[in-house]
Design a protein. Structure first.
Length: 735
DNA sequence: AGCACGCCGACT
DNA sequence: GTCGGCGTGCTC
């Protein structure tokens, strides 16, 4: 054996593992350390890879190893512990290491640009550009449009932002710069507050206790659940804990479900900290993301607030990780590399030996299970810092009742009562559009998607039929295409219809609808929320969007119209999600001086979940639900993984998964149950047929061993040729 | 995923 | 006689 160092290099390719390379030929320098990017020859291509480790020997004969072509960094761009996190995630989720690393790095860094990026270039109007011009741009409409755009954004826009709003604007940009009508400046991607921060409000005893637990755990792995209803002051605990971390010279990473839905949270940060804060979310341009990433890794950002993928942000001095709304499903990536950011946050905190706080009013059953096993410490915030008493929850039985546009008369009566006392009323419905089905009264034909096994939803506003599963849309049929009947019924209710019905029932009352359709425009959500806050609207109609992250202090009644959908679902997590939804919506009501009222309209008033929730709250529900999971041998008591497959040809996914099942079952006699394969509940989606194979094991290690042995063989199957398959470890939905 | 290699149809 | 179709197999 020689004493040459062999480099393990991860390259962006579907291969599960890294590839071995030799150090560059110039023996004068030390071989590149783990965490350094290298350019390598890979087959006929040249790729940028990341050194993930060193070794003394290789499975590959030494003479076949190629030397790396170029070392791209002088220093590692990732810390050894973060590299370990990524390698761990690749093994745990059975996803190619190169793709895992790609998910963790900004695109520009993946492409080989210098890791350092101190600022982004912002364009704005110059002094001269702001003067009313001579109007000599009649022959340069693109320049004029650009001037108008920049005039609307005095804060400045970077080239990517300009390009998305005004494509092909390079030339006019250069022309205007030459005319000195616009200027560019470089600014770091940090939010630095230049006003005096608001002093921390005094904390109550429970908040104080929570802080004490967190701070006492600084400098070691200390996983903690912060369990408190809306209004109990969780955010204040986060803020104080983050302040303590900064005080100790460390950084804080805060993960939130969706940055667009948390402007209030971000606003509170801005008001409390003068320290530099970096935002990491999907709305950033490549340059902004690169810059924010660099601010975090060099320690220039003290607070990093971000969504799911921000869990990978390298930090110079990590002090604490906080996961807000830890139960939220958006922490789980639902395609490709299917990681769970909350779970990776805990692993990362463990590797870094720092505290991690999981906050929620509706703790997930997984997390509750970890509390009960003694793995996580739980601190409750029972006292309502800003509320008198919890909202009253009640059901309205709609069996055998005539509903008009989805409303029971009883519910409408309650809405009227609250409106008459000048209070705000929130109506929640988890379905966009006007009606979920367009059906022929003559023959029963229903408008269906051509690419999915699904009905099309009628959108009255856009006057189109839309598929909510693949995004396809088309015009509304004037007559039945099957029998030429003229009477087409719009069955069921979506938010558009609810809006219309409420406007008819309460004319003159200002109503605002908040769903994906009404908030498509950038800033529309913010505008609507601001309108609600200043009391411009009395009736609020909306989907999920309204249930998350915003306080509506003047809402005294919240109505949940179609909770039954969730209660009938076949997914084993459906009840947990329904309970979380109810509690989250209830959290919107009655946060001012008045007690809130929550009404669930249901055909299942005797449903055990609803009874439990109504009698004992989420706490009682979650205990009972956990006990049920134990009896049913379901997660978190057993561990689950899915192999999902899809293909254009109908039988291909099932055929592939049957072979997969055979391979997995003879790979080991481990105590892992294989269920299926079975077609997905909606078999065809976006023109592809889908099926899945479920693996459930009492021991995580047994499940992992089975996957570890089996998964590398799956790609080699001849049946794999025409299917796309992914491994989903700890799936959040089994549909 | 790319990209090359390979073995069969319509063209300068 | 070749250009190119995309099936299949590999990349340290």
């Amino acid at each position: 054996m020689t004493d040459v160092t062999i480099l393990r290099v991860a390259v962006p390719t579907p291969a599960l593992d890294s590839f071995d390379y030799l150090p560059p030929p110039d023996a004068t320098t030390a071989p590149p350390a783990p965490g350094i990017r290298v350019r390598v020859g890979f087959g006929a291509r040249r790729l940028i890879g990341l050194v993930v480790g060193h070794g003394r020997e290789s499975q590959v004969p030494l003479h076949r190893l190629r030397p790396v072509l170029k070392v791209l960094d002088s220093y590692p761009i990732l810390d050894a512990r973060d590299l370990e996190l990524l390698c761990w995630a690749s093994r745990y989720y059975h996803h190619p290491l190169g793709e895992v690393i790609s998910a963790a790095l900004p695109k520009r860094v993946r492409q080989g640009h210098a890791a350092a990026r101190d600022g982004i270039i912002l364009w704005r109007l110059s002094e001269r550009g702001r003067q009313p011009g001579p109007g000599s741009m009649l022959r340069a409409p693109r320049q004029a449009a650009l001037m108008a755009l920049l005039g609307e954004h005095p804060e400045g826009l970077d080239s990517t932002q300009i390009e998305t709003r005004l494509p092909n604007s390079r030339q006019p940009l250069a022309a205007l710069e030459k005319k000195q009508l616009i200027t560019k400046t470089s600014r770091p991607c940090l939010d630095v507050l230049d006003v005096e921060p608001v002093p921390a409000p005094s904390l109550n005893a429970d908040q104080r206790a929570a802080i004490d637990v967190i701070v006492a755990g600084f400098g070691r792995f200390n996983p903690m659940v912060l369990d408190g209803v809306t209004g109990s002051g969780k955010t204040e605990v986060y803020l104080t804990a983050i302040a303590a971390a900064i005080e100790a010279g460390r950084q804080a990473l805060l993960l939130v479900p969706e940055i667009a839905l948390t402007p209030q949270l971000v606003a509170r940060f801005r008001a409390r900290f003068s320290g530099p804060l970096a935002l990491m979310h999907s709305g950033l341009s490549d340059a902004q993301r690169h810059c924010a990433w660099h601010m975090a890794r060099t320690g220039r950002a003290q607070i990093i607030v971000g969504t799911r993928s921000a869990v990978f942000t390298p930090l110079a001095a990590p002090g604490i990780i906080i996961v807000d709304e830890e139960h939220d499903g958006s922490f789980k990536q639902q395609e490709g590399f299917r990681y769970h950011a909350r779970d990776l946050a805990v692993i990362r905190a463990h590797l870094w030996k720092i505290p991690v706080v999981l906050g929620s009013a509706t703790v997930s059953l997984e997390t509750l299970y970890n509390v009960e096993r003694g793995k996580y410490r739980r601190v409750r915030l029972p006292a309502r810092a800003r509320r008198l008493s919890p909202p009253s929850l009640e059901t309205v039985d709609v069996r055998r009742r005539q509903l008009s546009d989805g409303f029971s008369p009883l519910v409408l009566e309650q809405v009227r009562r609250h409106l008459e006392s000048r209070d705000q009323v929130l109506v929640f419905l988890n379905r966009r559009g006007y009606a979920p089905a367009l059906v022929c009264h003559g023959c029963g034909w229903a408008a269906a998607c051509e690419r999915c096994d699904a009905r099309l939803t009628l959108h009255a506003g856009r006057n189109r039929l839309c598929c909510h599963h693949c995004g396809a849309e088309r015009s509304i049929d004037p007559r039945c295409p099957a029998c030429d009947g003229a009477e087409l019924l719009r069955l069921g209710e979506g938010t558009e219809r609810i809006e219309q019905a409420l406007k008819a029932a309460f004319p003159g009352v200002s109503l605002v609808r908040v769903d994906r359709d009404t908030t498509r425009r950038k800033g529309a959500l913010q505008d609507k929320l601001a309108g609600i806050e200043r009391g411009a609207h009395q009736l609020l109609v909306g989907t999920q969007m309204l249930s998350k992250g915003h306080d509506f202090p003047n809402v005294t009644l919240a109505v949940i119209l179609n909770i039954d959908q969730n209660l009938y679902s076949s997914d084993f997590r459906a009840l947990e999600r329904a309970a979380q939804l109810i509690v989250q919506v209830a959290g919107r009501a009655g946060r001012g001086e008045r007690v809130g009222q929550v009404i669930l309209q249901t055909h299942l008033p005797d449903h055990p979940l609803l009874e439990q929730l109504l009698r004992g709250g989420y706490e009682a529900f979650s205990r009972a639900a956990l006990a049920e999971r134990r009896l049913a041998d379901l997660p978190p008591y057993r561990h689950m993984a899915l192999i999902r497959a899809e293909a254009v040809r109908r039988n291909a996914p099932m055929g592939f998964l049957r072979r997969a099942r055979a391979i997995l079952s003879n790979s080991r006699k481990a105590r892992v149950d294989l269920l299926g394969p079975a077609p997905a509940p909606m078999e065809r989606r976006g023109g592809r047929y889908r099926a899945q194979l479920m693996l459930i094991g009492g021991q995580r290690s047994a499940l992992q061993r089975m996957l570890q042995e089996g998964v590398p063989m799956l790609g080699k199957l001849p049946e794999a040729r025409e299917v796309r398959f992914t491994i989903d470890v700890d799936p959040v939905d089994t549909l």
